[in-house]
Write a protein that binds this ligand. Structure first.
Ligand SMILES: NC(=O)c1ccc[n+]([C@@H]2O[C@H](COP(=O)([O-])OP(=O)(O)OC[C@H]3O[C@@H](n4cnc5c(N)ncnc54)[C@H](OP(=O)(O)O)[C@@H]3O)[C@@H](O)[C@H]2O)c1
Length: 355
């Protein structure tokens, strides 16, 4: 609550993440959904419930009219387009609206210096805060930082995510990974590095939580190749071409790795490597003592045979969207500027404000 009323929230776009974010907003009595932005013109005028697959109408219709949304005087926007637009962010922040986002922006490290300055200036002008998260990058780095907090003489912290993404092969978020490129294709590793720059911002967040302010980072990429033609939904992959990507974004001190975000994405099991896939998140803290955190995510179902591919996908989106929504109260209270988990008190579910 701000003073004696719920915080006013606008949902920006209504895609995969947004569908889950809207549910999370509606589930907290200290938040009130007051508006929604549509990037797609054909979504304008439609109820958010219709766009986000909710049973009951919300009475909130999506609009492309940004002035109308600003006139609602939102405390915060949940910004979830496929890619961020600096102009949109500057407009929102400059108008004094806080922003939580999952859209490829946690520290601004990957932006041009000029763009980052525009955002910082807008935050200063509007007295507003921009906060980026997700599950990974995002919440997983917070978990790793918390885990390292019980260790002494910590030498290295690893956040690992490994997942078979073949059921969701056609997801637009994977477009830039270069699935199906020929083995040894020049420039592919550099393209994956560019496509996963958001993980460098996650690595920076972890570094800052661990007390390293301006970290040196290194990215390394390895590939696995399909041993058979893969007939995957939305993205067929030919035998001999790239069907697995192993990615490390490392934090260095004087050239020595002290932390890493390790991601392994595979398109099925027919690969020319012996890579294992854990299906989940794992955090390892190498120190005294040595700590391992295995994060298993299970559907809220008694009968797992009822689980559909759509619901599996939705769970991934839920754990990515919810940390952004749950951070809204802390973000609204934070100092203006681009803020991360290194700056906020630990945001969590608000059981006292449930509906
Ligand atoms: N850190 C994490 O753990 C994590 C996890 C998952 C996703 N993400 C990130 O969260 C963001 C949203 O993911 P998503 O799966 O929800 O995306 P999505 O459903 O594919 O797209 C989100 C919305 O973006 C709008 N849009 C479509 N094409 C666009 C374009 N070319 N430029 C700008 N906006 C466009 C559409 O708005 P309308 O609704 O108006 O049509 C669409 O519904 C992405 O940046 C993704 O990488 C982060």
């Amino acid at each position: 609550m701000t003073e004696d009323r719920p915080m006013r929230v606008v949902q920006w776009t209504t895609g995969n993440i947004a569908r889950q974010a809207v549910r999370a907003v509606l589930g907290r009595a200290d938040l009130e959904l007051v508006g929604a932005y549509a990037h797609s013109a054909d979504k304008e005028g439609r109820d958010v419930a219709d766009l986000c697959g909710l049973d009951a109408a919300t009475g909130i219709t999506a609009t492309g009219d940004v002035d109308a949304l600003l006139a609602l005087e939102p405390d915060c926007v949940v910004y979830a387009p496929l890619h961020p637009d600096v102009g949109e962010l500057v407009r929102l922040l400059g108008a004094g609206v806080n922003v939580v986002t999952t859209s490829e922006l946690l520290t601004g490290r990957c932006l041009d210096v000029g763009e980052r300055e525009r955002i910082e200036d807008a935050c200063a002008t509007g007295g507003a805060t921009l906060f980026g998260t997700g599950m990974n990058p995002g919440w997983a780095q917070l978990l790793a930082g918390v885990a390292a907090g019980i260790g002494q003489r910590v030498r290295h912290v690893t956040v690992s995510e490994s997942v078979d993404v073949s059921l969701f092969a056609g997801d637009a978020n994977f477009d830039a990974f270069g699935w199906g490129r020929p083995a040894g294709d020049p420039g592919h590793a550099a393209d994956v590095e560019a496509a996963t720059r958001t993980f460098s911002e996650g690595a920076e967040v972890l570094a800052r939580i661990l007390g390293i302010d301006d970290p040196e980072l290194r990215c390394t990429v390895a590939f696995a190749h399909a041993t058979a033609d893969l007939d995957l939904p939305g993205r067929p992959i030919a035998a001999g071409t790239v069907a697995g990507i192993d990615l490390r974004w490392e934090v260095l001190i004087d050239g020595r790795a002290v932390a890493e975000l390790h991601s392994r994405f595979v398109m099925g099991k027919d690969l020319d490597t012996g890579w294992t896939v854990d299906h989940g998140y794992r955090i390892d803290v190498d120190g005294d003592p040595r700590i391992t955190l295995r994060v298993e995510i299970w559907p809220d179902l008694d009968d797992l045979s009822a689980l559909t591919v759509e619901e599996m996908h939705a769970i991934g989106m839920r754990i990515s969207a919810t940390p952004a929504v749950n951070a809204i109260p802390a973000v609204c209270r934070a100092a203006p500027g681009i803020r991360s988990y290194a700056d906020l008190p630990v945001p969590s579910a608000n059981l006292g404000a449930g509906r």
